[in-house]
Each structure stands twice: as structure tokens, then as C-alpha cells.
Design a binder for this molecule. Structure first.
Ligand SMILES: Nc1nc2c(c(=O)[nH]1)N[C@H]1C(S)=C(S)[C@@H](COP(=O)(O)OP(=O)(O)OC[C@H]3O[C@@H](n4cnc5c(N)ncnc54)[C@H](O)[C@@H]3O)O[C@H]1N2
Ligand code: MOO
Length: 452
């Protein structure tokens, strides 16, 4: 396999800056920088799509009582059976006294030999019940129940149509494991197992600062202006990576405004140093022109640079910093749209996973359907891989390097310039293409996009 980075990984505890980080150094340093936030308990209906922080166990046996699976009769022993009916609750005279006559009379609590009592699906079976006879197979007359003509020989077999308490799970059984991405089926099962709230990974609060005087929010812009590629999608992209965007500010290109936004003290409803914001993502202004102010604003505010530029294209001016005194992290995404997306994947994804206490998001290995030309630097190229998310985390080369199983194939997509989105719009991975290029059939690392 062609591995473009043989450089040592940074010390996560170090106070150093990784300059010109290789793709894997960037991921590692960003992941190691975040301290996991404590899990958050949410009501069941708010947990779909969230990641379970701890295993979920059954609060009680599932099902928690033995019940009938059919409408019919609970019976004990062989027929014919004497039909018994519910009697008033004699122990409590107030219940008998208050009855109007139409109300149900409680239930038959136990059956003697050759007794039966009517039961509906889901009904609690009386003690001593040996089977449930479904309504189609029984015939009632003069207080007795017999097998009808439709009943097969031997019906009902012992245990027929009884859902036994605990047959699905015992109390304390692990039903869902930590790290599961919760779907509606998980929630339904947790509910019947008696859970009301689930512990999920906390999503760090993210503030977006979108810079650029030339950016329009709608329509087709005049020449010289650009349509905003970030505002409409970055909150959702951040959500897919494990964060929650709760504030978006558009700043234009102004050093003072940017510095103020990065450093306003923790007062006022509009503050971005509000204790809820763990990460500030900026777009644009990472360069060194007269209208690019991010680096200056960070230096003026005493921020520490964790990653200073990436040794690849597009995305090279990206940075990851931290405001002083354990303030928020600052992820500086370049203004070029594809450069911003590659930097978000290499720095933002791992950082947000680290906040959630999750492992570094896996990469995988793919084999290229076509050759890719050399370039002056390592490139991240949008790619379309013939694989599903099920294959992730099970990189065939990493798991079984000796097995020689076929790798998923991937195609490097065209329109992959730093300012372009056409290739990215068709991609499900970012391919790490070494500067030497790759021959047809060559293997490369693929960084899965969160919609793979
Ligand atoms: N002399 C040099 N110039 C540039 C270099 C360099 O090394 N030397 N690097 C180039 C690379 S690579 C990148 S990436 C960009 C970095 O740009 P900035 O982060 O400073 O971003 P801006 O200058 O503000 O904008 C760049 C480009 O992106 C467009 N942009 C900005 N915001 C948006 C948005 N919300 N939606 C769509 N497009 C946006 C902006 O209009 C510019 O076209 O610098 C290169 N230059
Ligand atoms: O590296 Mo720039 O970030 O090519 O787009």
C-alpha cells in the first residue's frame, strides 16, 4: 500500500504545535486534543441518531409477565373444561359496592385442573395455565368449553400461545451496546425494556463564524461576489460529525470584529465564549492577504496553535487552535469550498469524535479504478468508493493483511480543484493521493465521508 505519511505522530499531551501536518498527523492531533465530555441523558424520543454512551440493560424481564398471544381461552390440562368467570374482588368491599354492573369484574387469578377462562391477546394468564386455546378452535356451551371441529389433534399443546415472562430477555441483560448509533428499532426495544432516558454522547456546542465581505446568501451572485457554500450545509455536516451548531455569525472581513467574536467575555446572551460553546469554526481568512485576519486575531488573543497548516492540497492553510485558559477550540477552515471540506474532515471530524469519547473515525483502504497523476504535494481527492458503511472499521488490510481479500474499488472524481464542489458532490470518501501519483489498481487510504 502507498502510505503518504511515514512521519511520527505528535505527543497528544504536548504543548507543541504540529506544523504542516500530514493527513494522519492532523487527524491524530485533533482527536487527542479534545477531552471527552460527560454523557448526556435524553428522553427516548430525542435519542434517534445519537450515539449510546453506555450499554443499556433490561429494567425488568422482557416480556415482564406471561401473557396470551391469541384471543381465546386460558386452559389448564385437557378438555373439556369448566369455564370460570371473573368474580368481584371480595377482599375489598368498596369495589363491589361501587360497581354499576357493566364494569369488568377483575380477572380469574388461577385455574384448577380442567378449568378454562376467556382471555384476549396480551391478557395476563392466570396461574396454573398450561396453554391458550385460540378462539377458532374452541366451542362454548352451557358453561363448558370443548375443542371445535377446526382444532387439530392434540391441540392445544402445552405452552401453546403463551408468551412467557422473560423469554426475550432477563432483567439486567445487555440489550444495546455502548457506541451504537441509535435508530428507531433500538428506541422501541429500550422502551419495552422499561427505559425512559438513555445516556448518549454529548454533542459539543459549536459556533460558526463565516467571514467574507464578498459572500451572498441567495441567488446567483454578480461577478466578483460568491454564493455562500457553507451556511446552508455546515450545521448539518457538523451534526453528522457529532457536534451541534447553536450559533451562526456572518462577519465580513474585519480584524476587530473577528477578534471581538473570538474573545468576547462570558457575559451577555450573544457571547460566543458562553460556557456552552466548545468549538468555534471559522470559514475563510486563513491566508495571509490584507483581508485575511484569522491568524492575526488568534495571535492577538493569545490562542495556542495545535495544528498550523496541513501538508496537503486542498486545505493547506487550515488550522486548529485553542483560546487561552481552556477556552473554546478554533477550527479555521479555508475559504475555498473544497479546501474547507477536506480540513473539516481531517481536523473537525476527529476533534468532534474526541469530544464524544469516540475512537478516531476509521479510514479504510481502497484500490483505484484508474491511475492518478503526480502532483507537487499530497492531495485529498473526492472519490466514489464501491463500499457500504458496514465495511468501515473492518479495513481488510488492517484486519487481515495476510488474507489478500479483494479491496473495495474507488474512483477519483474530476472537478477536484480547491474552489470546486462538483466532484465532492458525488463523493463518499476523500482519497489520500501521494505526490507521486498512483497507478491503476494501486491502493490508497480513503477517509469516509459521514454519509457513506
Ligand atoms: N499568495 C497566496 N495566495 C493563496 C494561497 C497561498 O498559499 N498564497 N493559498 C490559496 C489557498 S490553497 C487557499 S485554500 C486560500 C485560503 O483562503 P482563505 O482561507 O484566506 O479564504 P479567503 O481568502 O477568504 O477565500 C478564499 C476563496 O474562498 C471563497 N469563499 C470564502 N468564503 C466562502 C463561502 N462562504 N462560500 C463560498 N466561497 C467562499 C472566496 O470568495 C475566495 O474565492 O487562499 C489561496 N490563496
Ligand atoms: O490548499 Mo488550498 O487549501 O489548495 O485550497
Amino acid at each position: 500500500m502507498t502510505d503518504p505519511s511515514q512521519t511520527p505522530l505528535p505527543d497528544p499531551a504536548g504543548d507543541t504545535t504540529v506544523k504542516h501536518a500530514a493527513w494522519d498527523q492532523a487527524r491524530y492531533a485533533a482527536h487527542a486534543a479534545a477531552r471527552p465530555l460527560p454523557p448526556q441523558w435524553l428522553p427516548l424520543h430525542e435519542t434517534v441518531g445519537e450515539t449510546l454512551a453506555e450499554a443499556v440493560t433490561a429494567m425488568a424481564p422482557v416480556p415482564h409477565y406471561s401473557s396470551s398471544a391469541m384471543d381465546g381461552w386460558a386452559v389448564r390440562g385437557d378438555g373439556p373444561w369448566e369455564i370460570v368467570t371473573p368474580q368481584p374482588e371480595e377482599e375489598d368491599p368498596r369495589l363491589t359496592w361501587a360497581r354499576t354492573g357493566d364494569e369488568p369484574l377483575g380477572r380469574v387469578k388461577s385455574l384448577g385442573d380442567h378449568q378454562a377462562t376467556a382471555i384476549v391477546t396480551g391478557g395476563l394468564v392466570p396461574e396454573g395455565t398450561t396453554a391458550v386455546l385460540r378462539s377458532e378452535w374452541g366451542k362454548e356451551s352451557e358453561g363448558r368449553l370443548r375443542l371445535g371441529d377446526a382444532a387439530p389433534a392434540g391441540a392445544p399443546a402445552p405452552g401453546d400461545h403463551i408468551r412467557r415472562a422473560g423469554e426475550e430477555a432477563a432483567a439486567g441483560d445487555v440489550l444495546l451496546s455502548a457506541g451504537s448509533r441509535l435508530n428507531p428499532a433500538h428506541i422501541a426495544f429500550a422502551a419495552v425494556a422499561g427505559q425512559d432516558m438513555l445516556p448518549v454522547r454529548r454533542r459539543p456546542r459549536v459556533t460558526l463564524l463565516l467571514t467574507g465581505d464578498e459572500v451572498d446568501e441567495a441567488g446567483v451572485p454578480e461577478p466578483g461576489r460568491v454564493r455562500d457554500a457553507f451556511g446552508p450545509q455546515l450545521p448539518q455536516f457538523v451534526h453528522l460529525l457529532g457536534g451541534h451548531v447553536d450559533a451562526v455569525h456572518r462577519l465580513g472581513d474585519d480584524l476587530e470584529v473577528l477578534t471581538e467574536r473570538l474573545t468576547v467575555p462570558e457575559t451577555g446572551a450573544d457571547s460566543i465564549l458562553d460556557s456552552r460553546a466548545q468549538l468555534i469554526i471559522t470559514t475563510g481568512g486563513t491566508g495571509s492577504s490584507s483581508v485575511d485576519h484569522l491568524r492575526r486575531a488568534l495571535a492577538d488573543s493569545g490562542a495556542h496553535l495545535i495544528v498550523d497548516e496541513l501538508a496537503l492540497r486542498p486545505g493547506h492553510p487550515a488550522l486548529l487552535a485553542r483560546m487561552p485558559e481552556d477556552g473554546p477550540f478554533v477550527l479555521g477552515l479555508p475559504g475555498n469550498p473544497l479546501a474547507a471540506m477536506t480540513a473539516l474532515m481531517l481536523l473537525g471530524g476527529p476533534l468532534l469524535a474526541g469530544f464524544g469519547g469516540a475512537a478516531l473515525p476509521p479510514t479504510t483502504t481502497v484500490s483505484l479504478t484508474d491511475a492518478v497523476d503526480p502532483f507537487k504535494a499530497v492531495r485529498l481527492v473526492p472519490g466514489l468508493a464501491a463500499m457500504s458503511s458496514a465495511a468501515l472499521g473492518a479495513d481488510p488490510l488492517a484486519a487481515h493483511p495476510w488474507a489478500g481479500s479483494p479491496l473495495p474499488s474507488a474512483t477519483a472524481l474530476a472537478y477536484a480543484g480547491a474552489s470546486m464542489l462538483r466532484g465532492f458532490s458525488q463523493a463518499n470518501v476523500l482519497l489520500v493521493i501521494p505526490a507521486d501519483g498512483v497507478p491503476r489498481g494501486g491502493t490508497v487510504v480513503a477517509v469516509p465521508l459521514p454519509w457513506l
